[in-house]
Design a protein around this ligand. Structure first.
Ligand code: FES
Ligand SMILES: [Fe+2]
Length: 403
């Protein structure tokens, strides 16, 4: 029709119902992603959090009770007592384990029932059932749990960047929320673990969210838009962000994401050399996670910088609008991001590489194989972490011709 007003295109009317990718986000028992995640040791608490006061923890969609018996052994038990089902949260911890508050069944850290005080001879049949439990190990000031099939239990890896602390170094571990920045923590972050996991292979947001869009949250050297190379490695994906600095030096800032959800990024303080820290994104359930960071340190320096002198949790909504950070960007994606609505671009190639690797590995486990990144041979337990700020060799200068 000549002269007719053009019909506007692309309005919000009639759009499809959006969906998320369940295969990458659902972490419960029996889900493909959940079974893959259960094949790895997961850090679940600081060692100091496992005490004689039982503590509720939520991991991969399961509610559990963490405690430490009075002989110093940490334990992680299914909360419902195998007798008549009250919670062990109200139990009392003793030398040998935790005693249920209701009829006094005593459970060791491996779920063995040691005493049934209301039964003849303290329970002639107390071996008949066991309180469901998960194995734990401690390292770097953290408690790690293995929640997968017992016959597939790998060794707990060691990470070269965390090994051999100097005499004046110690492990500084924090557990908490977005960014896990020490004092600046959320106990549980209220959205899917995959939001944070994607973020690890997304260096371009540093130059926008953390620089131009807000105030510079990183040191000045990182303001320069990098040239990024992404490449798969045997246990994950790396990227190298190349920068030519104002003083002529050239630097590769290498980040390493290791399966299942481990990240090691270089110092934001521009310290040269290998990274000295590692972080884990641990799903509490489909819609929440917590983050665990540990590093070798000679000081009490925090993991990130405060903005305008305030930590994230101290800021008002208006202040967060004015200067949004990772938490705002990721909580803004919803409880689980709607993948059907995404339009991935060239700057997402690291995220795409990472998600493809996740899909492949999850399928491997579904088909009965062992995933990459789990280690069964104790002699091979040392993992090489590739991240760091590495200067390239000085370019050779042409000799100045004699006058
Ligand atoms: S319910 Fe725990 S001992 Fe009875
Ligand atoms: Fe970020």
């Amino acid at each position: 029709m000549d002269g007719a007003t053009p019909i506007p295109q692309g309005t919000a009317y009639g759009r499809q119902n959006p969906t998320y990718d369940a295969s990458l986000t659902e972490v419960g028992t029996g889900t493909p992603c959940g079974e893959w995640l259960r094949r790895f040791w997961q850090p679940i608490a600081l060692s100091g959090d496992a005490t004689v006061r039982p503590k509720k923890v939520r991991l991969l969609g399961e509610d559990l009770i963490l405690f430490r018996d009075r002989k110093g052994r940490p334990g992680l038990l299914y909360p419902r007592c195998m007798h008549r089902g009250t919670t062990l949260f109200y139990g009392k911890v003793e030398d040998e384990g935790i005693r249920c508050c209701y009829h006094g069944f005593l459970f060791a850290v491996d779920g063995t029932c040691l005493d049934q005080p209301c039964e003849p001879d303290h329970g002639l049949h107390r071996d008949a059932a066991r309180q469901p439990w998960y194995p734990l190990e401690e390292r770097y000031g953290l408690v790690f749990a293995y929640m997968g099939p017992p016959e597939k239990k790998p060794v707990l890896p060691r990470y070269d960047v965390l090994e051999n602390p100097a005499p004046d170094e110690r492990y500084v571990a924090v557990i908490g929320g977005q960014g896990a920045t020490g004092d600046d923590t959320f106990e549980i972050v209220p959205y899917s673990w995959i939001h944070m996991n994607d973020n690890v292979m997304d260096p371009f947001h540093v130059q926008v969210l953390h620089s131009t869009f807000t105030v510079v949250q990183f040191v000045a050297e990182f303001k320069v838009m990098p040239k990024c190379d992404f490449y798969p490695v045997e246990d994950g994906v790396c990227y190298s962000a190349y920068r030519k600095l104002d003083d002529g030096r050239e630097m590769d800032r290498i980040s390493h994401w290791m399966m299942p959800s481990i990240m090691s990024v270089p110092s934001i303080f521009f310290d040269a050399g290998p990274s000295t820290s590692i972080g884990w994104v641990v799903p509490a359930d489909d819609e929440s996670y917590f983050q665990v960071n540990v590093r070798k340190s000679r000081d009490n320096r925090k993991f990130s910088l405060p903005i305008d002198g305030k930590l994230w949790h101290e800021r008002t909504d208006e202040e967060k609008q004015d200067v949004p950070g990772d938490y705002e960007a990721q909580v803004g994606q919803g409880k689980i991001s709607l993948h059907s609505e995404e339009h991935l671009a060239t700057s997402d190639r690291g995220v795409v590489m990472q998600r493809r690797m996740l899909e492949q590995q999850i399928k491997l486990v579904q088909n009965g194989s062992d995933p990459a990144g789990v280690i069964f041979d104790p002699a091979k337990a040392l993992v090489h972490v590739r991240s760091g700020n590495f200067f390239r060799a000085e370019p050779k200068r042409e000799p100045v011709p004699a006058e």
